[in-house]
Design a protein around this ligand. Structure first.
Ligand code: ATP
Ligand code: BTN
Length: 253
């Protein structure tokens, strides 16, 4: 409560017992004008979403699911680095709590020792006559039920497996909002180049053979990090290729 109290001036926070998807709700509610960042957290989502129509699964009390609406001024399109910056804020929060082995999987997953702990979904919302806003959704596993079945390319993990005394959802939300505020401000002021090295330090697939697929694209190569826009760099037999974070998936080859 103390952490949330300190942030009250910057965020307008609503917590609901249940909704379909906190991203969907914030996408559909018009932005208020009080200058604060709208945050919506749900104890339970009935239709949590990942990218490309996939689902984010959660169980009551087993995780944290929330979204925030962030207004960024100039760009009419989604800046590629944004979901990476959000990942960095989640990673820093976990590291601050003493979690070891935090890694980022381009473009939108947070892994602990190779297993997925959290996912990020960033969507562009534009309401008429207003500057565009990004709706940033984060789902993080706190304590998965023993019989939870989640299909995932990486395997899944929860915070209870990483810390002897994991924080409760309220404290964790407060810490995350603090780091998000810090990193989004930095990103707005200096852009992704200022954060690129910090992202690369945590790149789960650095220098590893990977492949990407989706839409028309299919590429294999060695992961050479990200560029100043947050695009993935792949060294392929035909030379270096750059993949923008559109609708593609990344896997170890
Ligand atoms: P990609 O590399 O394509 O992004 P992804 O696994 O991150 O793969 P997304 O659509 O970004 O795919 O995220 C949704 C995926 O997250 C689901 O397909 C599922 O594999 C995984 N997932 C769903 N619920 C959870 C959860 N509670 N914990 C961990 N992973 C989950
Ligand atoms: C992913 O793993 O790729 C993205 C998962 C994002 C899940 C969060 S939970 C809060 C917000 N609401 C949603 O429907 N999705 C995001």
């Amino acid at each position: 409560a103390a952490v949330l109290g300190e942030l009250a001036g910057q965020f307008s926070l609503a917590v609901v017992p249940e909704c379909d998807s906190t991203n969907s709700r914030l996408m559909e509610t018009p932005a208020d004008d009080d200058g604060r960042i709208a945050v919506l957290a749900a104890d339970r989502q009935t239709a949590g979403r990942g990218r490309r129509g996939r689902s984010w699964l959660s169980w009551p009390g087993a995780g944290l699911t929330f979204s925030l609406r962030w207004h960024f001024m100039p760009a009419p399109h989604m800046p590629a680095g944004l979901s990476l910056v959000v990942g960095l804020a989640v990673a820093r929060t976990l590291e601050e709590l003493g979690v070891e082995g935090v890694q980022l999987k381009w473009p939108n997953d947070v892994l602990i020792h190779g297993k997925k702990l959290a996912g990020i979904l960033v969507e562009l919302s534009s309401s008429r006559g207003r500057p565009p806003a990004a709706v940033i959704g984060i789902g993080l596993n706190l304590r998965l039920p023993a019989d939870a079945q989640v299909e995932s390319a990486t395997g899944v993990t929860d915070l209870a497996a990483c810390l002897a005394a994991p924080p409760g959802p309220n404290r964790l939300l407060g810490l995350l909002l603090g780091q998000l505020h810090h990193f989004l401000d930095l990103y707005a002021a200096a852009g992704f180049p200022a954060l690129r090295a910090a992202w690369q330090q945590r790149n789960a697939f650095a220098d590893l053979p990977v492949r990407i697929f989706g839409e028309a694209q299919e590429l294999a190569g060695t992961c050479a990090g990200v560029d100043d826009d947050g695009a993935l760099l792949l060294d392929t037999p035909e030379g270096r290729r750059r993949v923008l974070s559109g609708e593609v998936s990344l896997r170890l080859a």
